[in-house]
Design a protein around this ligand. Structure first.
Ligand code: CTP
Ligand SMILES: C[C@](O)(CO)[C@H](O)COP(=O)(O)O
Length: 236
């Protein structure tokens, strides 16, 4: 069998309802550029590693062409097949990748457009950990805080053990055929790819990520992301 290729799939069809602001959050400017451009740049920096990079936007997206310069570049795809949920967007995007020539045995690294702080080093660590694994895996981060379980009245019901808890991040890396099959079975309720893989009885690998690879979700996340991105550009 020929060597498996690596593809990147970036779900970019959300509305950013929790972020506030005008328009979808993935096009808002962070550190002087649209958020999704930083996300793309982390993968573009790994020249020659990927057979293709696909951005999946909503069919009625009116922003992507206006906001992104020089996209799609060579080896990049724009799929206007986003769905009502993240799971639907990823499923549709994987089908489009297959139609564009990706094989069932090839790998997809699915990465949120809204995680614009991911670094090439973190992406390389995920690939190194997963490319010889039978299942695949995801970047994830250990909890730094004590974990409380709430009761319905808003009081603490108990304190959970945190040693075995991880926060799921992206990219999440699985074989395209296996992932598409798992997502088709899972429906729209799963919030990440690993959940669909778990539901078919497999155990994804947890690969240590970084607290800086957070998802921009709430208004206050933008200032923090801005500061981190700008600090990375400052030469010593
Ligand atoms: N129907 C959807 C929903 C989400 N996403 C993408 O999935 C990633 C993570 O989702 P989230 O942070 O929840 O983004 P939104 O759905 O945009 O935000 P919100 O839930 O606050 O509306 C984002 O890159 C978002 O664009 C997507 O492609 N299609
Ligand atoms: C995929 C994800 O980023 C993993 O933490 C997350 O589940 C997506 O966020 P959402 O708010 O559930 O769409």
């Amino acid at each position: 069998m020929s060597a498996s290729r690596l593809y990147v799939l970036i779900p970019c069809a959300g509305t950013g309802s929790r972020a506030g602001g005008h328009g979808p959050k993935q096009y808002q400017r962070v550190a002087g550029r649209p958020m999704v451009e930083h996300t793309l740049q982390a993968f573009r920096a790994l020249k020659g590693v990927f057979a293709g990079v696909a951005l999946v936007v909503s069919p009625d997206d009116a922003d992507v062409g206006l906001v992104l310069q020089r996209f799609p570049a060579d080896g990049e795809h724009l799929f206007r097949v986003g769905g009502a949920t993240r799971a639907a967007t990823v499923r549709n995007g994987l089908r489009s990748l297959r139609q564009a020539g990706a094989g069932a045995h090839d790998w997809a690294l699915v990465h949120d457009a809204a995680r614009c702080l991911v670094t090439p080093t973190q992406i390389e660590a995920l690939i190194a950990a997963c490319e010889h694994d039978a299942v695949g895996g995801l970047l994830a981060h250990r909890l730094a805080d004590t974990l409380k379980v709430a009761s319905p009245d808003g009081r603490v019901a108990s304190t959970a053990t945190r040693a075995d808890k991880w926060l799921a991040q992206t990219p999440q890396m699985f074989r395209i055929g296996m992932l598409l099959d798992a997502l088709e079975r899972a429906g729209d309720a799963v919030t990440d790819e690993a959940s669909a893989i778990e539901a078919v009885g497999l155990a994804p690998l947890l690969v240590p990520g970084s607290g800086q690879n957070f998802k921009l979700t709430y208004p206050e996340d933008f200032a923090l992301a801005d500061a981190v991105l700008r600090s990375r550009k400052i030469q010593p």
